[in-house]
Design a protein around this ligand. Structure first.
Ligand SMILES: Cc1cc2nc3c(=O)[nH]c(=O)nc-3n(C[C@H](O)[C@H](O)[C@H](O)COP(=O)(O)OP(=O)(O)OC[C@H]3O[C@@H](n4cnc5c(N)ncnc54)[C@H](O)[C@@H]3O)c2cc1C
Length: 415
């Protein structure tokens, strides 16, 4: 009997999950034996995480149980943590066993890039997962509680966000929106709260974002109470706050780092040729060293026309998922592989409630229209992974943010 080639997909993020869903849809009976491995039993919608982090949305609205999305007779799901990739042996070490493959798809996402900043790993929080955003929300609330207890003994209500790219901008927008409700709940004056967004570049939002749109975004957020420290980098983070490149020290109750990412360390450790942890790939998204290994999303470095890697984004990860699934099927059906070409449809950054800014194809969008466009982008993604039922569940029947207790959590213990 012919052996069915085994595909193992690592990570159920945007790239990995879309690869699995497309294979589930397109494969014929017994063409490929597909297994998806992920640390959690759910997929998290990373592009929504800034909301539960600030406490303006419930974390459950940013996640979907993986078993609800998969037909296990077509794609098996294994909930486990990947410890090591062994490309020479065509195997992967999981926390509870070893899994071997004929084809591997790596979509393990990214990690915080520290740029060697002292104290960053120890004292900064990051918007990276459902659990990390729960800790950020608790930290914000516990700082309000502390301030109420000891109003004169520290700058508990100063919140510093390092990095004003997409993640930093979207988070400060949500945080600014949450502050009035927290002030009311804890009986605190709004003037006691400060939100700083520190950015090494001269403007917020990613490089390449039109200058007038970046200005629009900053004006909206300034009106909501955000103070920018532009052309300024963070030199050091301590238990008490951040030291800036101009030697100013800002005492803070919470520091969130969103200043950069790098590919998952497991790839470097496995000996893949990487740049900032992201694996260099060929035109079909295969590792240059191991043609049986496809790399998607934040783990991959796809070069643009100028020879620079495209910025990591959900948009490119989803398109890669489509391409990798198509190429796995092409390969097994002995058809030529399809080159990956990124179609940049543009991006929209949320600026909190009722405001957003972005560029869609050549069109600049702001305000309520941009908010609508952001919703359309989100719904399109939900439709790709879960069809209409998921769109209705997430966009219409949402859970309320509510209160999730004010325990200080692990971060506070080390802080
Ligand atoms: C707050 C925020 C807002 C954003 N907004 C936008 C936006 O508006 N538009 C946009 O295009 N992009 C946005 N991004 C970027 C986008 O979310 C990422 O580029 C995208 O998630 C990358 O997808 P991925 O498939 O590479 O990895 P991820 O989506 O990060 O998924 C990686 C998966 O691997 C799993 N995993 C990791 N390590 C292991 C392990 N050792 N074992 C098992 N499983 C593991 C994780 O649990 C996760 O499920 C935003 C990011 C953030 C944080």
């Amino acid at each position: 009997m012919k052996k069915v080639p085994r595909v193992v997909i690592l990570g159920a993020g945007y790239g990995g999950l879309v690869t699995a869903i497309r294979l589930q849809k397109k494969l014929r009976y017994n063409e490929l034996d597909v297994t998806l491995v992920n640390k959690h039993s759910y997929h998290f919608i990373t592009t929504h995480l800034h909301m539960p982090a600030a406490g303006t949305d419930h974390p459950d609205n940013a996640r979907v149980p993986i078993n609800n999305l998969l037909n296990q007779s077509k794609v098996k799901f294994v909930k486990s943590t990947v410890l090591q990739i062994k490309p020479e042996e065509k195997s992967v070490v999981l926390e509870d066993g070893i899994i071997s493959y004929d084809y591997l798809v790596v979509g393990l996402g990214s990690e915080m890039e520290t740029f060697g900043i002292p104290g960053l790993k120890e004292y900064a929080m990051a918007i990276r997962s459902i659990n990390s955003v729960r800790l950020i929300r608790r930290q914000i609330e516990s700082m309000f509680a502390k301030f109420q207890e000891e109003p004169h003994s520290g700058d508990y209500l100063t919140f510093v966000v390092g990095g004003a790219g997409f993640t930093g901008t979207e988070f400060v927008g949500e945080l600014a929106d949450r502050i009035p409700a927290l002030c009311k709940e804890y009986g605190v004056e709004r003037s006691s709260v400060r939100i700083y967004n520190v950015e090494a570049a001269p403007a917020a939002l990613p490089p390449g974002f039109p200058a007038d749109m970046a200005q629009y975004g900053m004006n909206v957020l300034r009106r909501k109470g955000v103070t920018y420290k532009l052309s300024t980098s963070i030199k050091e983070i301590t238990r008490d706050g951040v030291l800036l490149s101009n030697d100013e020290f800002i005492q803070a109750g919470m520091v969130v780092w969103s200043g950069g990412i790098r590919g998952n360390t497991l790839l470097e450790q496995a000996g893949f040729d990487t740049t900032r942890g992201r694996v260099k790939v060929d035109e079909y998204l295969r590792s240059l060293q191991y043609p049986d290994v496809y790399i998607t999303g934040d783990c991959s470095a796809v070069l643009n026309g100028e020879g620079k890697p495209y910025p990591a984004s959900a948009q490119i990860a989803v398109q890669q998922g489509f391409n990798v699934a198509a190429n796995l099927i092409n390969d097994v059906r002995s058809r030529p592989l399809r080159s990956f070409e990124y179609d940049d449809k543009g991006t929209v950054a949320s600026l909190g409630k009722g405001e957003a800014v972005g560029v869609i194809k050549q069109w600049k969008v702001t305000g309520k229209f941009a908010v609508l466009m952001k919703k359309v982008i989100d719904m399109r993604y939900l439709f790709i992974i879960g069809g209409l039922p998921l769109v209705l569940q997430k966009a219409v029947f949402k859970k309320k943010a509510g209160h999730q207790g004010r325990r200080t959590g692990e971060f506070m213990q080390q802080h």
